[in-house]
Ligand binder design. Structure first.
Ligand code: ACO
Length: 431
């Protein structure tokens, strides 16, 4: 961000206020309204933050019009094709691509932190077997603050670093154990000789009774899903993490808040909701009925996996994900899957419909990720936990950036109050 001489002038009620403006390295200029209340005794009103920059950041940049997503300047399609998840984690956390030595050291540190404190297993066992794995994850991630006391002091950069590595390393173990618990199978411990994605697949699908061999193409697809979800600047769950941590709360509690926010169907829960919708549609002949419902103002139904707050042209992650879906389905020999057929026809029908074109609604990353995950053998309930484990590095990077910023303040929005004004209490017998 560079300071400029540019200002914006705001006139109201006979007052004129000059507001400083800043030019970012990319994206629209911003008007600094921090002194507006002090100078003009007014608030701005922006529920949903559609026009509000809540922080400055150097991590991720999105140009929704161009369909561009950059991590530290590198485009997501290049990272998805040439890099891999842990290297992208390093890039997000530390700002530059690592040297071979730095990468090896980082991978070793992550690998050495994948096990959970043994006492945490009892924590899992307290949940009902039919609990949603996201419910288990919200609880267990929050509970990490009760197990890793030596990395909760946010004023100590070393503890912040240890907490970051622990979260990235242990999240796949937590997600896999949440899954194993809900299907009644024994927990599978992490293995240090596996890469990050293979280790996760192993922890989810291996059983003690037989050897499990990870298919390298599926491991690559898994790694790509992690990479494509790694960060997405100030989305709802990331903003939740930032807001929670602005009070000085410990990192594990803050990331648990992010997991909770991600769970909603308008955010990370959309991948599960999308696949459930495709199953509900069931056959291609029912597609027009569902398209009509999505367009009906009086029907709350929306096409899940379609639309995005920021991308108004295409979602660059969806492009890579679609290609990955084709590769995985080809590898697994899945061609006549009814869900896949419905997905393909629905996509084509929606893209050809003027309603979706006019409102700039395109398939988002969640439209395809569910198809791949189902083909890999994951139940729909695991889709959002996989998103959560992938996004952990984004949450952690944004949290670290925020804590290290000396100008950090507690997040405290204002409101447009529409309630009663001052009135006297009425005794119960007079109401
Ligand atoms: N199906 C049908 N109509 C839609 C859809 C959809 N999926 N998405 C938006 N619209 C319509 C709205 O009804 C609205 O119409 P109107 O202008 O006539 O009132 C218009 O498009 C704009 O929609 P908003 O909800 O105002 O857009 P917003 O930016 O707030 O929402 C969101 C974005 C939440 C992603 C929305 O498109 C949606 O609900 N999509 C389905 C859920 C989904 O796939 N979420 C995943 C997001 S990506 C992620 O988290 C990784």
């Amino acid at each position: 961000m560079s300071d400029t001489q540019k200002t914006a002038t705001l006139s109201f009620d006979g007052k004129t206020i000059e507001l400083p403006m800043y030019s970012p390295t990319a994206g629209p200029d911003v008007i600094d309204i921090r002194k507006l209340y002090a100078q003009g005794n007014v608030f701005t009103y922006d529920p949903g933050f559609t026009s509000t920059a809540a922080c400055d950041s150097t991590i991720t940049y999105i140009d929704g019009g161009k369909g561009e997503l950059l991590h530290r300047g590198y485009p997501i399609d290049q990272l998805a094709e040439k890099s891999h998840y842990l290297e992208v984690c390093y890039l997000l956390l530390y700002g530059e691509l690592p040297s071979a030595e730095q990468l090896e050291d980082f991978e070793t540190r992550v690998t050495r932190h994948t096990m959970l404190h043994e006492q945490m297993m009892n924590f899992f066992r307290g949940f009902r077997r039919d609990a949603h794995p996201m419910a288990v994850m919200v609880g267990v991630v929050g509970a990490m603050s009760a197990f890793y006391h030596d990395s909760t002091d946010i004023s100590d950069p070393w503890q912040r670093e240890v907490a970051s590595i622990r979260l990235i390393a242990k999240m796949p173990t937590i997600a896999a154990m949440a899954y194993k618990y809900t299907i009644g199978q024994p927990f599978v411990y992490p293995r240090n000789d596996c890469d990050y994605a293979s280790n996760f697949l192993r922890m989810c699908f291996a059983v003690p009774a037989e050897e499990y061999e990870v298919n390298p193409i599926l491991a690559r697809a898994m790694d790509r899903i992690f990479t494509l979800h790694a960060d997405h600047e100030q989305n709802a769950s990331t903003s939740t993490v930032r807001l929670a941590s602005s009070s000085g709360a410990n990192p594990f509690a803050c990331i648990a808040a992010g997991v909770a926010c991600l769970w909603g169907p308008a955010h990370g829960g959309a991948n599960q909701a999308c696949l459930e919708m495709l199953r509900e549609i069931g056959t291609v002949d029912r597609i027009p009925e569902f398209i009509a419902r999505a367009k009906d103002k009086n029907d709350p139904f929306r096409l899940m996996g379609f639309g995005h707050r920021v991308y108004k042209n295409f979602d660059p992650r969806a492009k890579v994900m679609k290609q990955s879906a084709d590769e995985v389905l080809d590898l697994l020999g899945i061609e006549n899957n009814p869900v896949l057929q419905v997905a393909k026809e629905l996509e084509a029908a929606a893209l050809a419909d003027p309603y979706f074109a006019e409102k700039k609604l395109f398939p988002n990353v969640d439209f395809y990720s569910g198809i791949i995950l189902e083909a890999m053998g994951f139940p729909t309930s695991m889709f959002t936990p996989i998103f959560a484990l992938s996004r952990t590095v984004g949450w952690v990077s944004q949290w670290k950036e925020m804590i290290a910023d000396p100008s950090m303040k507690i997040g405290r929005p204002r409101q447009l109050y529409k309630g009663e004004t001052l009135r006297d209490y009425t005794d119960i017998e007079n109401r």
